[in-house]
Write a protein that binds this ligand. Structure first.
Ligand SMILES: *Cc1c(COP(=O)(O)O)cnc(C)c1O
Length: 368
């Protein structure tokens, strides 16, 4: 059989580049606790993401948890069921009841037009996700948040490098969180960040990620350990040097996929928007009834041919083992339909166009 192709493959700087980056650690012996590499990456990311405040943390999940704690959210938070499970876990682990709002048919982001009816006197915030880097209805969500005095946290884990109306997406919401996990388009092996405009909020997040410590004699918050260490930060600085190249390599693959699959009846592609510059991080397809087989059969068929696509995101979060006891009769028709039909195809910088053609050929042969 031909070589296996997995859904993603982590990008890496050359061994030489990384070794050079971390050489000084053998002099300083300063391996974590906001050292020189941490400070350097912070500055680089502020520039790249065009935001005034950023706190680097140990993961995308901890970015969500520190933000939720810092904003002192309680009660209910309106969120999307169509995301990685971390988004809901972060709420529930902080004692908050997630209230699921259905998603949009065309870009799978939370449907702001269905949001207002879910707001109660317990609602304290909205937690949408720019899923696959697709931009949420940011203006409408801002309007609703203002009207009902709610906080907004964007889980922007998929949206690193995405530009909306020419500007980086990180600036929307009270905070935007990123995941720098090894499988994400920009990574620090494990890591994440919380972006905001508010320096006192940023300082609070900074304390929370370091046990709540203010100074040697004062602990101000019931914090945790969610610090990014020096080896992680150094990996980030290396990867950030190559981010434009990473995105442009992915763009070639993304465009080739689009070209090959656009004519395919029953395969719906991610919506294109003139005002969004995508980061080409993911290639989700929706397998509609007109396609000769259903999503699960296509997934198995690809796998039998050495192609490891992912049912990303399936099942919906309220249907997962740990949540289905709590959510018995949820009504999320659009999200359920998309979760049942979605398949994310392999996409990473080092993938070749031949790999894309091999995958598209397998899909096209299904019509015969
Ligand atoms: C990856 C991801 C997370 C969690 O990030 P980690 O860095 O793996 O902790 C949260 N939300 C979304 C949407 C993600 O894709």
């Amino acid at each position: 059989m031909d070589k296996k192709i997995f859904v993603t493959r982590s990008s890496m700087p050359s061994q030489e580049e990384y070794m050079k980056e971390i050489e000084d650690l053998w002099n300083s012996h300063w391996l974590t606790n906001m050292g020189a590499h941490h400070e350097k990456l912070k500055k680089e990311l502020k520039d790249y993401l065009q935001i005034p405040e950023i706190a680097l943390v140990s993961s995308g999940h901890m970015a969500l948890e520190t933000a939720i704690q810092a904003l002192e959210l309680t009660g209910e938070v309106i969120t999307t069921p169509f995301t990685f499970v971390s988004t809901t876990h972060a709420l529930v682990r902080n004692g908050i009841q997630p209230v699921y709002c259905d998603i949009r048919e065309d870009d799978y982001t939370i449907d702001a037009d269905k949001m207002e009816s879910l707001i109660t006197d317990k609602t304290t915030a909205i937690l949408p996700v720019h899923v696959y880097g697709n931009v949420c209805q940011v203006e409408k969500i801002e309007e609703i948040a203002k009207k009902y005095e709610l906080k907004v946290i964007y889980d922007a884990s998929h949206a690193f490098g995405v530009k909306y109306k020419g500007k980086a997406l990180a600036g929307y919401g009270d905070v935007a969180t990123f995941s720098f996990h090894a499988t994400k388009i920009f990574h620090t092996v494990e890591g994440g960040a919380v972006c905001s405009h508010d320096s006192s909020l940023n300082e609070k997040i900074h304390r929370i990620k370091n046990f709540g410590i203010l100074d040697e004699e004062h602990v101000q918050e019931i914090g945790m350990n969610a610090k990014m260490n020096e080896l992680q930060a150094a990996m980030g600085s290396c990867n950030l040097r190559h981010i434009e190249q990473e995105i442009s390599q992915r763009r070639n693959i993304y465009l080739e996929y689009r070209k090959c699959l656009e004519p395919c009846v029953g395969i719906r592609l991610n919506r294109k928007r003139e005002d969004v510059e995508t980061n080409c991080a993911y290639f989700p397809i929706i397998v509609e009834d007109e396609f000769p087989m259903d999503r699960d059969s296509l997934y198995d068929h690809l796998k039998a041919n050495g192609i490891y696509a992912r049912k990303y995101f399936y099942p919906l979060i309220p249907k997962m083992d740990c949540y289905q006891k709590i959510y018995k009769n949820i009504n999320l028709p659009v999200a359920e339909n998309i979760a049942r039909r979605v398949l994310t195809l392999p996409l990473f910088g080092e993938m070749s166009l031949e790999d894309v053609h091999r995958i598209c050929d397998i899909i096209m042969k299904c019509y015969k």
